[in-house]
Design a protein around this ligand. Structure first.
Ligand code: B12
Length: 227
């Protein structure tokens, strides 16, 4: 059964496929998976290697579109329920499914693809056993991720500061839109007119139909693990 699912995942664009019995998924801050799918017994976690050329491009639109293309490959996405905590933590799912270990940057490092991998997962009532966990310590604590983070979001070990990260990684997200709207509310009619033709407004307008736009990939790209 596992082989059939693994092959199906790979045929549909995943680079790696792992399995976790539901009792091995240990994510203290996210809900019990039974509240997501009654009778759930295991999860299939799919990993998609990111494109080096896209990630390393100097052009931020190329970096962003490269990620969006990867996300289109993924048939299911687990989205945050509210705020910055998801219904299902894909990092904890990937670790439970033997696809990697947490690094100093709080991202999951895969033994072959390093940090340049993103995940999705499928919950199922099939009684699948977990794949063997990765036992190697893949993070060498070089601290490059911490030092290179333009938002200083990784200074506290074991915790990403979401607000600091968001300002840099998703400047056109809801925070950016609210800040722009606040300026608009208090502005004079002349300034309002200027704000409507300002390139910043165009960026926010475009982002509103593209969806999640990622602008920073520093902690992924500087990580030397498994490269
Ligand atoms: C919301 C979200 C964010 C938010 C907030 C993140 C947060 N609070 O952790 C923001 C916008 C800041 C963010 C940023 C990024 N994200 Co994000 N994000 C998510 C999302 C949707 C939910 C995460 C979540 O619920 N976290 C909250 C709870 C569950 O986390 P937690 O239990 O508190 O665990 C935290 C710590 O305790 C620590 N931790 C927990 N256990 C352990 C164990 C050890 C040993 C260590 C060291 C640390 C550690 O790690 C977490 C970091 O705060 C997931 C997708 C998903 N559904 O899982 C993607 C996801 C985590 N993001 C991802 C990525 C790639 C990024 C970015 C690089 C942005 C980008 N360009 O894509 C940055 C990286 C920031 C970083 N270094 O942590 C990938 C990670 C892939 C990987 N290889 O690990 C995911 C899995 C998306 C995906 N589809 O693959 N993200």
């Amino acid at each position: 059964m596992k082989d059939a699912i693994r092959n199906f995942g790979r045929e549909n664009g995943a680079d790696v496929v792992g399995f976790a019995a539901i009792e091995d998924y240990r994510s203290p801050r996210t809900p019990d998976p039974c509240t997501l799918l009654p009778g759930v017994r295991s999860m299939v976690v799919l990993g998609y290697r990111e494109l080096d050329g896209g990630l390393e491009s100097e052009n931020e639109r190329i970096r962003m579109m490269s990620r969006l293309a990867m996300m289109n490959l993924m048939t299911r996405k687990a989205a945050p329920a509210m705020g910055v905590v998801a219904d299902l933590s894909l990092r904890h799912a990937a670790v439970a499914a033997g696809l990697g270990v947490f690094g100093r940057h709080n991202l999951v490092i895969h033994p072959r693809y390093g940090t340049r991998i993103i995940f999705t997962a499928c919950l199922t009532d099939l009684p699948l056993e977990s794949d063997p966990p990765v036992r190697d310590e893949l993070c060498n604590q070089c601290n490059l991720c911490v030092e290179s983070c333009p938002a200083k979001a990784l200074d506290e070990e074991g915790k990403t500061d979401p607000m600091k990260c968001l300002r840099v990684s998703q400047p056109n997200g809801i925070g950016g839109a609210i800040a722009y709207a606040k300026k608009f509310i208090g502005a004079t009619p002349e300034t309002r007119k200027e704000q409507l033709v300002n390139p910043r407004f165009l960026e926010l307008y475009q982002a509103s139909f593209i969806g999640f736009e990622y602008h920073c990939f520093k902690c992924e790209t500087v990580c030397p693990a498994c490269r």
